[in-house]
Design a protein around this ligand. Structure first.
Ligand SMILES: Nc1ncnc2c1ncn2[C@@H]1O[C@H](COP(=O)(O)OP(=O)(O)OP(=O)(O)O)[C@@H](O)[C@H]1O
Length: 314
């Protein structure tokens, strides 16, 4: 029997990871049936983008106490958006079987991308409470970013379909292409935690709950998903195409933090405007707005993480 749920709903994206999602879901079903028994879970597939939110929002009324996204960061986001519509006292826990291309929230949870291992982690897992971010009316689990890095994230979606590449290699190729051809500077005005407005110029402005985006780029290496704060990374001028590309490559392993152009901040709320439209990504999907009100719901979502043992419990 699982440590942390009685009845599990798995919402699977059949088109995740270039169509691998469907076969992975059937494998997960077989593994879960032998680990937990067939009566303890239900597997449902989405038929269209956005549907996972509707299914997750109704899960509690159908008797499920845990909803597991099977797919990438996109379906994870949709499931979380649905769960956040449920009143806190009735909200099912969130779980993830990572079958995506980027899998950044899986990194934050500590879930393996090896399916049999992830199923065992889910069955033996424990619950933690994680923060959930909100930008205007859209929730996010891991990342919200503006400018160059969002352009890269959005470019990867189109490039993945075209080239079949995934993960870090895909993000690196997109990154270098965007750095060489679309390194646009924007003026921003930011109000952090209701303070005085701060104006500046940035190439990228990332607002993180977890440490990574883009398939493992550790843009905010000190971010903790349960501290009630966003970690913010801003890349300021001067940056040439060469130094920008160099710092971008260094960010893969969090070695970008020592450059003077890179500023880190923390806040629980941010009001943000830019002087001109720019690419925006929220958990890897595009977002379009004129201004951005960003707030955090501290420890609002119970999430299944791999069992850490008694000594790791806080
Ligand atoms: N049945 C479906 N048909 C088409 N698109 C779907 C369906 N279900 C979900 N989607 C959409 O598929 C997109 C990508 O999903 P997901 O994030 O799960 O996989 P991925 O893109 O392979 O992984 P990652 O986000 O980690 O790169 C999301 O925008 C989601 O809304």
């Amino acid at each position: 029997m699982s440590h942390c749920f009685r009845k599990l709903l798995i919402i699977a994206n059949p088109v995740a990871q270039n169509g691998e999602g469907k076969a992975c879901a059937y494998r997960a079903r077989a593994l879960l049936a032998s680990a937990l028994g067939e009566d303890s879970f239900v597997l449902e597939f989405t038929e269209r983008p956005g549907q996972a939110s509707d299914i997750a929002a109704r899960a509690a009324s159908r008797g499920f106490d845990c909803v597991c996204a099977l797919g990438g960061d996109g379906i994870a986001n949709e499931v979380a958006c649905g769960l956040m519509e449920v009143p806190a006292g009735e909200r099912p826990a969130f779980a993830l079987l990572p079958v995506g291309s980027g899998n950044d929230y899986a990194r934050t949870l500590g879930m393996s991308t090896d399916l049999p291992t992830a199923v065992l982690q889910l069955c033996d897992g424990e619950l933690r409470s994680h923060d959930v971010g909100k930008c205007n009316d859209r929730w996010f689990l891991e990342t919200l970013s503006f400018g160059l890095d969002a352009a890269i994230a959005l470019d990867t979606v189109e490039r993945r379909v075209r080239t079949g590449k995934t993960g870090t290699m895909l993000y690196l190729q997109s990154g270098i292409d965007q750095l060489l051809h679309h390194m646009d500077l924007r003026r921003y005005t930011a109000v952090l935690d209701g303070g005085e407005p701060v104006c500046g110029e940035s190439y990228l402005f990332a607002v993180q709950i977890g440490q990574t985006y883009g398939g493992g780029f550790r843009i905010c290496p000190d971010a903790a998903p349960d501290d009630g704060l966003f970690d913010i990374c801003i890349a300021h001028p001067p940056l040439t195409r060469f130094s920008g590309t160099f710092i971008f490559l260094m960010a893969k392993d969090a070695h970008h933090t020592r450059f003077k152009q890179i500023e880190f901040r923390r806040a629980a709320s941010i009001d943000l405007r830019f002087d001109a439209p720019l690419p925006v990504q929220i958990d890897g999907e595009a977002l379009v707005a004129d201004s951005y009100h960003i707030s955090i719901a501290p420890r609002a979502l119970r999430v299944v993480v791999p069992y850490q043992g008694e000594s790791a419990r806080s």
